[in-house]
Design a protein around this ligand. Sequence first.
Ligand code: KG4
Ligand code: ZN
Length: 347
Amino acid sequence: MIVLGIESSCDELAVAVLDRDGKTLRANVVRTQVEIHAKYGGIVPEIASRDHIRSLSMVLARAFEDAKLTPQEIDGIAVTSGPGLVGSLLCGVELAKGLALALDKPIVGVNHLEGHIAAAFLETPAPKPPFVSLLISGGHTSLMLVRALGGPYEHLGSTRDDAAGEAFDKTAKLLGLGYPGGIVIDRLAKDRPRDRFTFPVLMPGKDNFDFSFSGLKTAAARMIRERPTPFTPDELGDFCAGFQEAVVDNLLKKAFRATLVSGTGTLVLAGGVAANSRLREKAAMRAAREQVALFLPSRANCTDNAAMIARAGYERLMRGENHGLSIDTRSYWPLTDKVTPKGSVRP
Ligand code: KG4
Ligand code: ZN
């Protein structure tokens, strides 16, 4: 099936066309609003959805043009139905429903986080399930046991407070580095000593796969507030390096343990924070040492796009699923109900 993917859950509006092989992208258009929201220091939901509305037809037309296809030539539609900002989500969902109705094509709602997992399957070679996915984005931080693309997915653990991306973004905001801050911290931390500023690595217990980042963020806020003088450029880099190291250690500790305990031996990183260079570097070193098969999607496949939504939807559409026009902003997330026993997962 040729699948049209649509993603509008936050401040990116993206449309992609995935070819019949489920691998080749005929189009992959992303319109980002980073510059629009930067001056507010974060995303303003009302502005995000208004910009989506203004850009919809242009982005869609561009995708069909790149794909060299007419709308009638697609076989199905996949759209992010949640989680995300409701106003933003509705722009994509209603567009997708309108297209499905006009073209008489099947349509499926895709959970944005499942889309991040599916992004790895656009790479060659793709990872082979079962594997553990460390899902790290601006709003979520979870460990999932993936037995097959399409699920069901076994939830191993999640953050109990802030997401990893949120910790990066909020700390960057306190430092006056703008939004989104993760990528700026990554850049400023490059080649700087990581031990000049040290941060607490707080874990919510050893017998689970949960995370916690609020203590780290509070420690960073206190250190910034209590400084007698502003940071010099070098100190700022060192602060970013120390903070980034603490987030990375926090994430990798649980992710590698889950990989070991699950018996899968394979760890796949997913989501915007997986683009972080220190995380990628340290994960690679640790994987080599512990003989874990590590899968790092390209940076472009980590951050939000519609190719990953098309890839996740492709799996469902090929199985004959069709949510029809009843689709709304629920997140269709085929998670197992099973609560994983503490500290252990079924291999
Ligand atoms: O997956 P994503 O593009 O959107 C959401 O689903 O949230 O992730 C966005 C998050 C933001 O918090 C952003 O600061 C973070 O990913 N991010 C990074 C890097 N690139 C993006 N964080 C750390 N280092 C990076 N290089
Ligand atoms: Zn995302």
